[in-house]
Design a protein around this ligand. Sequence first.
Ligand code: ASP
Length: 338
Amino acid sequence: MKRIQNYLLAFIAITGVLSMSDASAVDRPIAIAVHGGSGTINKGDFSPERENEIRQTLERAVRSGHAVLAEGGSSLDAITRAVTILEDSPYFNAGKGAVFNSEGKNELDASIMDGATLDAGAVAAVHNVRNPVLLAKKVMTASPHVMLMGEGAEQFGREQGIAFEEDEYFFTDYRWQQLQKAKSSPDPGASFLSETPDRWFSTVGAVALDSHGNLAAATSTGGMTNKRWGRVGDSPLIGAGTYADNRSCAVSATGHGEYFIRATVARDICSRIQFKNQSLQDAANEVVMQQLVNMGGSGGIIAADRKGQLALTFNTPGMYRASIDADGNVYVAIYGDE
Ligand code: ASP
Protein backbone atom coordinates (compact mmCIF):
# COMPACT_ATOMS: atom_id res chain seq x y z
CA MET A 1 0.00 0.00 0.00
CA LYS A 2 2.81 2.35 1.02
CA ARG A 3 4.57 1.58 -2.30
CA ILE A 4 1.47 2.45 -4.31
CA GLN A 5 1.12 5.66 -2.32
CA ASN A 6 4.73 6.59 -3.12
CA TYR A 7 4.24 5.86 -6.83
CA LEU A 8 1.14 8.00 -6.76
CA LEU A 9 2.97 10.89 -5.10
CA ALA A 10 5.86 10.61 -7.57
CA PHE A 11 3.39 10.60 -10.47
CA ILE A 12 1.65 13.72 -9.17
CA ALA A 13 5.00 15.45 -8.63
CA ILE A 14 6.26 14.62 -12.15
CA THR A 15 3.07 15.64 -13.94
CA GLY A 16 3.05 18.81 -11.85
CA VAL A 17 6.57 19.70 -12.97
CA LEU A 18 5.77 18.85 -16.58
CA SER A 19 2.65 20.96 -16.65
CA MET A 20 4.58 23.83 -15.05
CA SER A 21 7.29 23.68 -17.71
CA ASP A 22 4.63 23.36 -20.41
CA ALA A 23 2.92 26.45 -19.10
CA SER A 24 6.13 28.45 -18.96
CA ALA A 25 7.02 27.39 -22.54
CA VAL A 26 3.64 28.64 -23.71
CA ASP A 27 3.84 31.85 -21.71
CA ARG A 28 7.39 32.77 -22.63
CA PRO A 29 7.35 36.21 -24.18
CA ILE A 30 8.85 37.00 -27.56
CA ALA A 31 9.44 40.55 -28.72
CA ILE A 32 11.33 42.40 -31.42
CA ALA A 33 12.14 45.97 -32.41
CA VAL A 34 13.92 47.43 -35.43
CA HIS A 35 15.17 50.90 -36.27
CA GLY A 36 16.10 52.55 -39.53
CA GLY A 37 17.96 55.48 -38.02
CA SER A 38 17.26 58.61 -36.04
CA GLY A 39 17.67 62.26 -36.90
CA THR A 40 15.99 65.37 -38.12
CA ILE A 41 13.03 63.80 -39.82
CA ASN A 42 10.17 66.22 -40.32
CA LYS A 43 6.75 65.73 -41.81
CA GLY A 44 6.79 66.72 -45.46
CA ASP A 45 10.51 65.98 -45.83
CA PHE A 46 9.69 63.34 -48.42
CA SER A 47 6.88 62.32 -50.73
CA PRO A 48 3.94 60.32 -49.36
CA GLU A 49 5.03 57.44 -51.64
CA ARG A 50 8.54 57.37 -50.19
CA GLU A 51 7.19 57.62 -46.64
CA ASN A 52 4.78 54.79 -47.34
CA GLU A 53 7.51 52.55 -48.72
CA ILE A 54 9.75 53.29 -45.74
CA ARG A 55 6.94 52.33 -43.36
CA GLN A 56 6.19 49.18 -45.33
CA THR A 57 9.85 48.13 -45.29
CA LEU A 58 10.09 48.70 -41.53
CA GLU A 59 6.96 46.62 -41.03
CA ARG A 60 8.19 43.85 -43.32
CA ALA A 61 11.48 43.70 -41.43
CA VAL A 62 9.85 43.52 -37.99
CA ARG A 63 7.23 40.99 -39.10
CA SER A 64 9.85 38.76 -40.74
CA GLY A 65 11.96 38.80 -37.60
CA HIS A 66 8.91 38.12 -35.48
CA ALA A 67 7.95 35.14 -37.67
CA VAL A 68 11.32 33.57 -36.86
CA LEU A 69 10.65 34.05 -33.13
CA ALA A 70 7.07 32.74 -33.39
CA GLU A 71 8.36 29.51 -34.91
CA GLY A 72 10.66 29.03 -31.92
CA GLY A 73 13.70 30.37 -33.78
CA SER A 74 16.55 32.20 -32.07
CA SER A 75 16.78 35.91 -31.43
CA LEU A 76 20.03 35.90 -33.40
CA ASP A 77 18.28 34.52 -36.49
CA ALA A 78 15.37 36.92 -36.02
CA ILE A 79 17.52 40.06 -35.88
CA THR A 80 19.69 38.87 -38.76
CA ARG A 81 16.57 38.36 -40.86
CA ALA A 82 15.22 41.80 -39.97
CA VAL A 83 18.51 43.64 -40.53
CA THR A 84 19.19 42.01 -43.92
CA ILE A 85 15.77 43.23 -45.13
CA LEU A 86 16.67 46.78 -44.10
CA GLU A 87 20.16 46.43 -45.64
CA ASP A 88 18.58 45.30 -48.93
CA SER A 89 16.33 48.36 -49.03
CA PRO A 90 17.55 51.54 -50.78
CA TYR A 91 15.88 53.71 -48.12
CA PHE A 92 18.27 53.12 -45.27
CA ASN A 93 21.91 53.92 -44.68
CA ALA A 94 23.13 50.32 -44.62
CA GLY A 95 24.02 47.85 -47.35
CA LYS A 96 22.21 49.04 -50.50
CA GLY A 97 21.47 52.72 -50.00
CA ALA A 98 24.44 53.38 -47.73
CA VAL A 99 25.86 56.91 -47.66
CA PHE A 100 29.01 57.84 -49.55
CA ASN A 101 32.32 58.69 -47.92
CA SER A 102 34.41 61.65 -49.16
CA GLU A 103 35.95 59.44 -51.88
CA GLY A 104 32.52 58.56 -53.21
CA LYS A 105 32.64 55.03 -51.83
CA ASN A 106 30.18 53.12 -49.64
CA GLU A 107 32.14 52.07 -46.58
CA LEU A 108 30.17 49.77 -44.34
CA ASP A 109 30.21 48.87 -40.62
CA ALA A 110 28.17 46.26 -38.74
CA SER A 111 28.04 44.30 -35.51
CA ILE A 112 26.03 41.58 -33.79
CA MET A 113 25.91 40.19 -30.25
CA ASP A 114 24.46 37.08 -28.67
CA GLY A 115 23.12 37.81 -25.17
CA ALA A 116 23.19 34.14 -24.15
CA THR A 117 26.92 33.61 -24.65
CA LEU A 118 28.24 37.19 -24.93
CA ASP A 119 29.75 36.15 -28.26
CA ALA A 120 30.03 39.04 -30.66
CA GLY A 121 31.19 39.83 -34.19
CA ALA A 122 31.86 43.09 -36.01
CA VAL A 123 33.25 44.49 -39.25
CA ALA A 124 34.39 48.01 -40.02
CA ALA A 125 35.14 49.89 -43.25
CA VAL A 126 34.30 47.06 -45.62
CA HIS A 127 33.36 47.60 -49.26
CA ASN A 128 30.98 45.82 -51.63
CA VAL A 129 29.64 43.45 -48.96
CA ARG A 130 25.94 42.98 -49.72
CA ASN A 131 24.90 42.28 -46.12
CA PRO A 132 27.51 43.45 -43.61
CA VAL A 133 25.47 41.97 -40.73
CA LEU A 134 26.01 38.49 -42.21
CA LEU A 135 29.75 39.12 -42.35
CA ALA A 136 29.71 40.32 -38.72
CA LYS A 137 27.85 37.13 -37.79
CA LYS A 138 30.49 35.04 -39.57
CA VAL A 139 33.21 36.83 -37.62
CA MET A 140 31.34 35.78 -34.47
CA THR A 141 30.69 32.17 -35.47
CA ALA A 142 33.58 31.24 -37.76
CA SER A 143 36.59 33.20 -36.51
CA PRO A 144 38.37 33.41 -33.17
CA HIS A 145 38.01 37.23 -33.29
CA VAL A 146 35.40 39.83 -32.48
CA MET A 147 36.23 42.55 -35.01
CA LEU A 148 37.76 42.55 -38.48
CA MET A 149 38.28 45.57 -40.71
CA GLY A 150 38.91 46.63 -44.30
CA GLU A 151 40.50 44.31 -46.83
CA GLY A 152 41.20 41.59 -44.28
CA ALA A 153 37.53 41.44 -43.35
CA GLU A 154 36.59 41.29 -47.05
CA GLN A 155 39.07 38.45 -47.65
CA PHE A 156 37.58 36.58 -44.69
CA GLY A 157 34.12 37.17 -46.14
CA ARG A 158 35.11 35.72 -49.52
CA GLU A 159 36.56 32.66 -47.84
CA GLN A 160 33.28 32.25 -45.95
CA GLY A 161 31.12 32.56 -49.07
CA ILE A 162 29.62 35.95 -48.15
CA ALA A 163 27.85 37.72 -51.07
CA PHE A 164 29.59 40.71 -52.67
CA GLU A 165 28.11 43.23 -55.10
CA GLU A 166 29.51 45.72 -57.62
CA ASP A 167 29.67 49.42 -56.71
CA GLU A 168 26.53 50.13 -58.79
CA TYR A 169 24.42 47.96 -56.51
CA PHE A 170 24.99 50.37 -53.61
CA PHE A 171 24.43 53.58 -55.62
CA THR A 172 21.37 55.70 -54.91
CA ASP A 173 20.99 59.17 -56.36
CA TYR A 174 19.55 60.38 -53.08
CA ARG A 175 22.76 59.58 -51.17
CA TRP A 176 24.93 60.87 -54.00
CA GLN A 177 23.18 64.24 -53.82
CA GLN A 178 23.72 64.28 -50.06
CA LEU A 179 27.46 63.86 -50.66
CA GLN A 180 27.52 66.66 -53.27
CA LYS A 181 25.72 68.93 -50.85
CA ALA A 182 28.11 68.09 -48.03
CA LYS A 183 31.11 68.68 -50.29
CA SER A 184 29.85 72.07 -51.43
CA SER A 185 29.32 73.30 -47.90
CA PRO A 186 31.74 76.02 -46.70
CA ASP A 187 33.45 73.53 -44.40
CA PRO A 188 33.34 70.25 -46.36
CA GLY A 189 35.52 68.36 -43.91
CA ALA A 190 33.24 68.95 -40.99
CA SER A 191 30.00 69.09 -42.91
CA PHE A 192 28.83 65.65 -41.86
CA LEU A 193 29.03 66.80 -38.28
CA SER A 194 27.21 70.08 -38.70
CA GLU A 195 23.60 70.69 -37.77
CA THR A 196 21.84 70.57 -41.12
CA PRO A 197 18.12 69.98 -41.46
CA ASP A 198 18.70 66.84 -43.52
CA ARG A 199 21.04 65.20 -41.09
CA TRP A 200 19.36 61.84 -41.18
CA PHE A 201 21.39 59.00 -39.91
CA SER A 202 19.31 56.06 -41.20
CA THR A 203 21.53 53.38 -39.74
CA VAL A 204 19.59 50.13 -39.19
CA GLY A 205 19.40 47.73 -36.27
CA ALA A 206 17.33 45.13 -34.46
CA VAL A 207 16.92 43.68 -30.98
CA ALA A 208 14.91 40.61 -29.99
CA LEU A 209 13.93 38.27 -27.19
CA ASP A 210 13.25 34.68 -28.26
CA SER A 211 11.08 31.99 -26.66
CA HIS A 212 14.18 30.41 -25.12
CA GLY A 213 14.74 33.60 -23.11
CA ASN A 214 17.73 34.73 -25.18
CA LEU A 215 18.42 38.32 -26.21
CA ALA A 216 20.37 39.51 -29.25
CA ALA A 217 21.19 42.80 -30.96
CA ALA A 218 22.63 43.88 -34.33
CA THR A 219 23.43 47.17 -36.06
CA SER A 220 24.50 47.99 -39.64
CA THR A 221 25.45 51.29 -41.27
CA GLY A 222 27.25 53.19 -43.98
CA GLY A 223 28.35 55.65 -41.29
CA MET A 224 28.22 59.35 -42.05
CA THR A 225 28.10 61.13 -45.40
CA ASN A 226 31.45 62.55 -46.51
CA LYS A 227 33.39 60.74 -43.78
CA ARG A 228 37.17 60.81 -44.19
CA TRP A 229 40.31 59.15 -42.95
CA GLY A 230 38.75 55.77 -42.36
CA ARG A 231 36.33 57.24 -39.83
CA VAL A 232 34.39 54.54 -37.97
CA GLY A 233 31.40 55.33 -35.75
CA ASP A 234 29.71 53.49 -32.91
CA SER A 235 27.71 50.99 -34.98
CA PRO A 236 30.37 48.25 -35.20
CA LEU A 237 31.66 48.87 -31.67
CA ILE A 238 30.42 46.36 -29.13
CA GLY A 239 29.33 48.34 -26.08
CA ALA A 240 28.73 51.58 -27.99
CA GLY A 241 26.35 50.85 -30.90
CA THR A 242 25.42 47.27 -30.01
CA TYR A 243 25.22 45.19 -26.84
CA ALA A 244 23.30 42.13 -25.64
CA ASP A 245 23.46 40.27 -22.35
CA ASN A 246 20.79 37.94 -21.02
CA ARG A 247 21.44 39.35 -17.54
CA SER A 248 20.17 42.77 -18.61
CA CYS A 249 19.07 43.72 -22.13
CA ALA A 250 19.82 44.02 -25.84
CA VAL A 251 20.47 47.43 -27.42
CA SER A 252 21.04 48.77 -30.95
CA ALA A 253 21.85 52.46 -31.34
CA THR A 254 21.68 55.11 -34.02
CA GLY A 255 22.94 58.64 -33.90
CA HIS A 256 26.03 60.77 -33.85
CA GLY A 257 28.57 58.02 -33.39
CA GLU A 258 31.35 60.07 -31.82
CA TYR A 259 29.09 60.75 -28.81
CA PHE A 260 27.75 57.21 -28.64
CA ILE A 261 31.31 55.86 -28.50
CA ARG A 262 32.32 58.18 -25.66
CA ALA A 263 29.13 57.44 -23.73
CA THR A 264 29.37 53.65 -24.40
CA VAL A 265 25.63 53.93 -24.86
CA ALA A 266 24.56 50.32 -25.40
CA ARG A 267 26.58 48.87 -22.54
CA ASP A 268 25.67 51.72 -20.19
CA ILE A 269 21.95 51.00 -20.62
CA CYS A 270 22.51 47.29 -19.92
CA SER A 271 24.74 48.03 -16.91
CA ARG A 272 22.08 50.20 -15.29
CA ILE A 273 19.66 47.29 -15.46
CA GLN A 274 22.20 44.74 -14.26
CA PHE A 275 23.81 46.71 -11.45
CA LYS A 276 21.28 49.37 -10.49
CA ASN A 277 18.16 47.33 -11.06
CA GLN A 278 16.66 50.06 -13.20
CA SER A 279 13.78 49.31 -15.55
CA LEU A 280 14.58 49.17 -19.27
CA GLN A 281 12.76 52.43 -19.97
CA ASP A 282 14.38 54.28 -17.05
CA ALA A 283 17.84 53.13 -18.14
CA ALA A 284 17.17 54.16 -21.75
CA ASN A 285 15.82 57.55 -20.66
CA GLU A 286 18.78 58.33 -18.43
CA VAL A 287 21.34 57.47 -21.09
CA VAL A 288 19.62 58.86 -24.20
CA MET A 289 17.61 61.76 -22.77
CA GLN A 290 20.07 62.85 -20.08
CA GLN A 291 23.66 61.65 -20.54
CA LEU A 292 23.73 62.05 -24.31
CA VAL A 293 21.76 65.28 -24.31
CA ASN A 294 24.13 66.77 -21.72
CA MET A 295 27.06 65.84 -23.94
CA GLY A 296 25.36 67.27 -27.05
CA GLY A 297 24.94 63.89 -28.74
CA SER A 298 21.80 63.30 -30.77
CA GLY A 299 20.29 59.95 -31.66
CA GLY A 300 18.34 57.06 -30.23
CA ILE A 301 18.20 53.42 -29.32
CA ILE A 302 15.97 50.39 -29.43
CA ALA A 303 16.20 47.92 -26.56
CA ALA A 304 14.59 44.72 -25.29
CA ASP A 305 14.80 42.94 -21.94
CA ARG A 306 14.08 39.39 -20.80
CA LYS A 307 10.51 40.21 -19.79
CA GLY A 308 9.85 41.16 -23.40
CA GLN A 309 9.68 44.86 -22.60
CA LEU A 310 10.81 47.19 -25.35
CA ALA A 311 12.19 50.74 -25.32
CA LEU A 312 12.34 52.90 -28.46
CA THR A 313 13.92 56.08 -27.16
CA PHE A 314 15.40 59.03 -29.08
CA ASN A 315 16.30 62.65 -28.50
CA THR A 316 15.96 63.66 -32.17
CA PRO A 317 12.75 64.82 -33.88
CA GLY A 318 12.26 61.36 -35.37
CA MET A 319 13.47 57.79 -35.59
CA TYR A 320 12.43 55.19 -38.14
CA ARG A 321 11.21 52.36 -35.94
CA ALA A 322 8.93 49.36 -35.66
CA SER A 323 8.22 46.76 -33.03
CA ILE A 324 6.07 43.79 -32.11
CA ASP A 325 5.71 43.54 -28.36
CA ALA A 326 5.09 40.53 -26.12
CA ASP A 327 1.32 40.92 -26.59
CA GLY A 328 1.70 40.86 -30.38
CA ASN A 329 0.99 44.57 -30.90
CA VAL A 330 2.54 45.86 -34.12
CA TYR A 331 3.85 49.42 -34.10
CA VAL A 332 5.45 51.33 -36.98
CA ALA A 333 6.46 54.99 -36.68
CA ILE A 334 8.77 57.71 -37.95
CA TYR A 335 8.04 60.98 -36.16
CA GLY A 336 8.40 61.85 -32.50
CA ASP A 337 4.70 62.38 -31.88
CA GLU A 338 3.52 58.98 -33.16
N1 ASP B 1 25.79 55.90 -35.59
C1 ASP B 1 26.19 55.92 -36.97
C2 ASP B 1 27.59 56.41 -37.07
O1 ASP B 1 27.96 57.30 -36.34
C3 ASP B 1 25.32 56.78 -37.79
C4 ASP B 1 23.86 56.47 -37.71
O2 ASP B 1 23.37 56.06 -36.68
O3 ASP B 1 23.18 56.63 -38.71
O4 ASP B 1 28.32 55.94 -37.92
